[in-house]
Design a protein around this ligand. Structure first.
Ligand SMILES: Nc1ncnc2c1ncn2[C@@H]1O[C@H](COP(=O)(O)OP(=O)(O)O)[C@@H](O)[C@H]1O
Ligand SMILES: O=C(O)C1=C[C@@H](OP(=O)(O)O)[C@@H](O)[C@H](O)C1
Ligand SMILES: [Mg+2]
Length: 171
């Protein structure tokens, strides 16, 4: 008998840590499905995340996100990337217990370079550097709480990061 479906690996981390990019290439390297809760939310809502924030607000986005996290944890058998703010909800942190959760860590300088002017990330639309610093300070303990492993991404290429996670996942 097979057990319940669960992701091989869930990626958490700040915006710009590389969850979406690394998740895609990790899934390709492992030849498994890739899921990203942000993409799931956009598909279900029928519009991009910035429009959800403008039309319905962040709270509504977080409600959609809690549902997307629960659904993805129950149905994804490959690599699952969460949105950077998913760890804010205690419900999501509780749902992550028992899963293999990799925190892609990034410090402010690399995160700022990677998110640029914050296009596509409504929370970073105004003063991305200061907002990112605030978000990262607030969330650092939450990423640490849910993570079963941390992989440093600063100054490293996606290929190096993927190789480290592949090695981590080896039985
Ligand atoms: N290790 C890395 N080195 C350089 N650029 C990266 C790295 N990881 C991601 N990026 C780039 O940073 C940007 C944000 O990455 P993304 O995967 O969307 O992050 P997240 O999903 O964590 O917000 C993308 O343009 C991506 O190509
Ligand atoms: O940090 C956040 O609160 C958010 C991060 C985004 O995902 P990424 O971390 O993939 O950019 C996306 O879920 C939304 O814009 C909110
Ligand atoms: Mg992403």
């Amino acid at each position: 008998m097979t057990g319940p479906t669960r992701p091989m690996c869930v990626l958490v981390g700040a915006p710009g840590s590389g969850k979406t990019t690394i998740g895609q290439s990790l899934a390709q390297a492992l030849d498994v499905e890739f899921r990203d809760t942000d993409a799931d939310i956009e598909r279900l809502a029928g519009k991009p995340i910035p429009e959800i924030f403008v039309d319905e607000g962040e709270e509504h986005f977080r409600t959609l996100e809690r549902a997307a996290v629960a659904a993805a944890l129950a149905s994804c058998s490959g690599v699952l990337a969460l949105g950077g703010g998913a760890v804010l909800a205690e419900e999501n942190r509780a749902a992550l217990v028992g899963h293999r959760v990799v925190h892609l860590s990034v410090e402010l300088p690399d995160a700022v370079k990677r998110v640029g002017l914050g296009a596509g990330r409504p929370l970073l639309a105004i003063n991305p550097r200061a907002t990112l610093k605030h978000l990262m300070d607030q969330r650092r303990p939450l990423y640490a709480e849910v993570a079963t492993a941390t992989v440093v991404t600063d100054g490293r290429t996606p290929d190096e990061i993927v190789a480290e996670i592949v090695a981590l996942l080896k039985p």
